[in-house]
Design a protein around this ligand. Structure first.
Ligand SMILES: [Zn+2]
Length: 246
């Protein structure tokens, strides 16, 4: 895509990043998804302007109730999403696959944040991801839909097997390094990427998950028996493959 389109979609990414953050924060706190932004520290409602990106900058950063600053991580996340959108736009020369890739990022990024914060993956976002993945595949033709159904099925079986294995080894489901949510997430990634790209995406995810677990153990931020959120790494693996193949 041309430079103006890349810049435009990068800006769209900034707005998507902030909206995803607000929605993910609502899901993590069991509030309605579109109930709006609240203070990260005291949960007091923030002005509607807090839906907009770069809210963490300047005076707007302070919560009115207690004057507490909002996390800088949100701004970094928004900038990351903006950069990803711009990179996808720069690589793509096909409008449909560009649109599919950018739309897929929304459920993946919500899952990434919510799983990172709470270690839960919610079924409604899984359902949305499956619907979008299979929907865009069907738009391309029945053959593509069958391929993506196969990819989702293989991912579900493979990760279901890992989950059963981990549950057998650890015996306590609360600390299994692998949750049922990760099994469903693997199917979503299959629905979005198809075969054989799903294998690459899940391989990246498992690789990053392994590196992340080693770093968390090495820096003593997690014990050997602590559950570590695996979903965020799987989402990153999927985002990388979606960027490569766009
Ligand atoms: Zn506050």
């Amino acid at each position: 895509m041309s430079l103006p389109v890349v810049l435009l979609l990068g800006t769209v990414g900034l707005f998507v990043g902030s909206a995803v953050w607000v929605i993910a924060a609502a899901q993590a706190a069991h509030r309605p998804l579109f109930s709006g932004p609240v203070c990260a520290s005291c949960s007091a409602p923030l002005p509607a302007a807090a839906w907009l990106p770069l809210y963490g900058c300047g005076r707007l950063r302070r919560c009115r109730a207690r004057g507490v600053g909002q996390p800088i991580a949100r701004v970094l996340f928004e900038l990351g999403v903006a950069g990803y959108f711009a990179a996808v736009a720069a690589r793509s020369d096909d409008g449909v696959s560009l649109a599919a890739t950018l739309i897929f990022t929304v459920p993946l990024l919500v899952i990434l944040l919510v799983d990172w914060w709470t270690r839960y993956i919610y079924t409604n976002i899984i359902g949305l991801g499956l619907l979008l993945g299979f929907g865009f595949a069907l738009a391309d033709g029945v053959g593509t839909l069958l391929n993506h159904l196969l990819a989702a099925g293989v991912a579900l079986l493979a990760f279901g097997f890992f989950f059963a294995l981990a549950a057998g080894i650890y015996r306590n489901l609360a600390v299994v390094p692998f949750g049922r949510g990760d099994v469903y997430l693997a199917a979503v990634i299959g629905a979005m990427t198809g075969w054989p790209d799903v294998a690459t995406a899940l391989f990246y995810g498992m690789f990053f998950g392994g590196v992340g677990a080693v770093l968390l153990l090495a820096t003593r931020r997690a014990g050997r028996r602590d559950a570590v959120a695996y979903g965020p790494y799987l989402c990153v693996g999927a985002l990388i493959v979606l960027l490569i193949r766009v």
